[in-house]
Design a protein around this ligand. Structure first.
Ligand code: ADP
Ligand code: MG
Length: 373
């Protein structure tokens, strides 16, 4: 075991200015400052190639940073080999030993640590129960379903009681129903044993539903680290706004800027009230974002709202709601949701409205369009 700092406020893990450049390429990870708190479920979320796995592999010790430092309990682990870091790892591909039974696979980390006999058997029974695999210890991996194999991988990562569990897209190979069930089981297990989890996914729903905090990656850089709710409601930039959840992006130019609101001119010389994010000033090109669920077909109350007539370009019935693609007079399009029973037809004119506080104006950047592709 590594000796760790006794300061209770010290994060369990700290990435300090960490960088990783693979041979000659551009950095896979750059300027990474990230703290993992004891007991939290932290998710690294981002598109493919954004540096999530590289970050996890550096923490596990399978890749060495080319710059900066990683600390565990306040001390650098730069010289500590993977097996001395006391971290359990679960990958998307199960990486089970095919010639060993389930029990032997799960006990392998104990064997490596010299824990055998009764103690090993007791721990095996304990983790088999935890991952609901009682009675399957004598099977071989090829006699298991995909979901069961991933439970074996999870049990193997937990049996030596690691300080941290690292998971890299562990449910990526499973179908949706099974994935959702295992998402909730992993959360239950985490609560029960009080584990600290660093979880990698490119699936924003998985990140939103499972995490205490999410670190959003793009191009090797962390864009925002925050709770799921803040990531969704208060994205730090246009990339985060477009990558997490669905969002409309309306390009425009700032015509006036107040403390908490700004005015934006969009296509057709329509003027939209929005909430500025960051330092935007009159004359700046911006992207105004509003989520489909915040665009309404009618308004209640007297909140200052953007209100325009629109034409329905597409109306798709989804049972519990209808999805509408509406076009504003100047040509800007908006996707919105209306309650399932709303009596709408494609030919009828529509009034759409949304509130300034639900409409965020970001400095224009190409990232949102890219993320939405
Ligand atoms: P993610 O897990 O978010 O998909 P990765 O961390 O795997 O992203 O990759 C980040 C970047 O680093 C990508 O451009 C990828 O091609 C590159 N990369 C990853 N692993 C290696 C490697 N072993 N050698 C060279 N380049 C790599
Ligand atoms: Mg990856």
């Amino acid at each position: 075991m590594l000796s760790t700092s006794s300061d209770p406020d010290c994060p369990l893990v700290e990435f300090v200015g960490v960088e990783k450049v693979y041979d000659g390429g551009r950095p896979a990870v750059a300027n990474l400052d990230l703290a993992v708190r004891k007991g939290e479920f932290l998710t690294l979320l981002g598109p493919s190639g954004s540096g999530k796995t590289t970050t996890l592999m550096m923490l596990a010790g399978f890749e060495a940073p080319t710059g900066g430092d990683i600390r565990l309990g306040g001390r650098s682990i730069a010289g500590t080999p993977p097996h001395r870091r006391n971290m359990g790892v679960v990958f998307q591909s199960y990486a089970l030993f095919p010639h060993m039974t389930v029990g032997q696979n799960i006990k392998f980390p104990l064997d490596v640590r010299g824990i055998r006999g009764l103690e090993a058997e007791a721990r095996l029974a304990e983790v088999l129960a935890l991952v609901h695999l009682e009675g399957l210890a004598d099977r071989r991996p090829d006699q298991l379903s995909g979901g069961q194999r991933q439970r074996v991988a999870l049990a193997r990562a937990l049996i030596f009681r690691p300080d941290i569990v690292l998971m890299d897209e562990p449910l990526g190979a499973l179908d949706r129903q099974l994935r959702e069930r295992l998402q909730s089981e992993i959360k239950q297990i985490q609560h029960r044993i009080g584990a600290t989890v660093v979880y990698v996914t490119h699936d924003q729903t998985e990140a939103l539903t499972m995490s205490d905090r999410i670190a959003v990656f793009s191009g090797g850089l962390v864009q925002q680290v925050d709770t799921p709710q803040n990531i969704y409601d208060r994205p730090a930039n246009a990339f985060v706004a477009g990558f997490i959840g669905e969002n409309n992006g309306i390009p425009g130019v700032v015509t006036a800027r107040g403390e908490a609101t700004c005015e934006i001119r969009i296509a057709g010389d329509l003027v939209v009230q929005a909430t500025p994010v960051g330092s935007i000033a009159p004359g700046d090109a911006v992207l105004a974002t509003v989520r489909p669920e915040h665009v309404l077909t009618e308004i209640g109350g007297d909140i200052p709202c953007n209100r325009f007539s629109a034409a329905i370009e597409e109306l798709v019935y989804h049972g519990d709601h209808s999805r509408i693609r509406a076009i504003l007079p100047g040509g800007a399009t908006l996707t919105m949701r209306a309650p399932g029973r709303a009596a709408l037809s494609q030919s009828q004119p529509l009034t759409v409205s949304w509130c300034a506080d639900r409409c965020l104006a970001f400095p224009a950047e190409p990232a949102l369009a890219e993320a939405a592709e």
